[in-house]
Design a protein around this ligand. Structure first.
Ligand SMILES: *Cc1c(COP(=O)(O)O)cnc(C)c1O
Length: 350
């Protein structure tokens, strides 16, 4: 007998590489090239307050988000990045012996939490062209989770089809992970369905559209009863998840809607331009509703382009896994960065 027999063995999530070199073009973890709002920079943090515990309910931020999304504060749960919120939601809602459902190609953290919490899973395959087929989500299950737009494909599931999945599963919680929804056309978010469905939890993050990945803020919106269940689990685990600077800077970001719209608008415009460039260079690009594109070249293997680009200090994300091992995931950076990338590709695809 050894303590090693009783260790919780898990295969951890592998995040994208964070290169140590300076002057690289980093397009591998879907960070936002534009900094956070100036209001965040101009915030005065009272350092003496750091000796005191933060508000465990993070009410300032909860209230700001409730007002922004026109919901009751009791419908908002905040956490340390949406990874924290999603992990907490798995722990709270996925407790049956039936498998939870998520697509075969999706955010690779879902299988990791499932393993950590010993939740059985089933992974319906995306269609040939990487669409989620709602009819695959009608089997008996213990819950459903998917990103919309999906990652790493960037493809958006139309709201009517999101609703089909939610309405077909009234007895389990359906989590819609909207990490990239701010780059999708207006009217795509499942937030508009929260009043109608008591089994819907919508998860958002400040890491991409609000350019604050380094601060770690995520949140969930659902009906009050769902949120109360998550809070009970959170307070049984760690009451003080949100630190004081995060609450302060998070509120400042939410207050600057003009900057938020301007920068998300710039990124979607650059995405459209870059998609056309890629297409002209012989890439097939999955229609993107996110701040990244998922593309495959007609003749040159993705891994080869990935390695060559890396040598030039251009970082893409490459997944060596079935079905997508000939695709590159490329984050949308500034116009200048994407011009350099387009030129690099032009000169290296022959
Ligand atoms: C980036 C991402 C997250 C997590 O983001 P946080 O930085 O933890 O808020 C969650 N889901 C998907 C699909 C993502 O791409």
């Amino acid at each position: 007998m050894s303590w090693k027999e009783n260790v919780r063995q898990v295969e951890p999530y592998t995040p994208g590489e964070q290169p140590k070199e300076q002057n690289v073009i980093k397009l591998n973890t879907n960070e936002n090239p534009y900094g956070p709002s100036e209001r965040v920079q101009n915030c005065i943090m009272d350092y003496d307050l750091l000796r005191k515990y933060p508000d465990p309910a993070a009410l300032d931020l909860v209230n700001a988000l409730a007002e922004y999304h026109h919901v009751d504060p009791a419908q908002v749960f905040v956490g340390v990045g949406s990874d924290d919120v999603l992990g907490m939601a798995f722990l709270t809602f996925f407790n049956s012996d039936r498998p939870i459902l998520f697509p075969d190609i999706t955010y690779s953290f879902y299988p990791v939490w499932a393993e950590l919490y010993r939740i059985p899973t089933r992974t319906p395959a995306l269609t040939e062209d990487f669409r989620i087929d709602p009819s695959d989500y009608r089997l008996e299950n213990g819950g459903v989770v998917f990103p919309n737009p999906n990652a790493p494909t960037a493809r958006l599931l139309p709201l009517e089809e999101v609703e089909q999945i939610i309405s077909a599963n009234p007895d389990v919680v359906v989590i819609v992970d909207e990490a990239y929804i701010d780059f999708a056309p207006e009217g795509s978010s499942a937030l508009s369905l929260v009043d109608k469905y008591d089994n819907l939890l919508v998860v958002r993050t400040f890491s991409k559209s609000r350019s604050m990945a380094g601060l770690r803020i995520g949140y969930a919106i659902g009906q009050k009863e769902l949120i109360a269940c998550m809070q009970a689990v959170k307070y049984s685990y760690n009451s003080y998840t949100m630190n004081r600077p995060s609450i302060l800077y998070g509120c400042a970001s939410v207050a600057d809607d003009a900057y938020f719209r301007e920068t998300t608008g710039k990124i979607t415009a650059t995405r459209e331009w870059f998609t056309k460039e890629l297409t002209d260079l012989g890439f097939q690009v999955i229609p993107s509703a996110a701040n990244f594109v998922f593309a495959s070249h007609g003749t040159i293997p993705a891994e080869e382009i990935f390695i060559k680009a890396r040598e030039r200090g251009i970082f893409f994300r490459y997944f060596k896994q079935p079905r997508i091992d000939n695709y590159l995931r490329i984050t949308i950076g500034t116009d200048e960065e994407m011009r350099v990338v387009a030129d690099f590709l032009k000169n290296n695809l022959t």
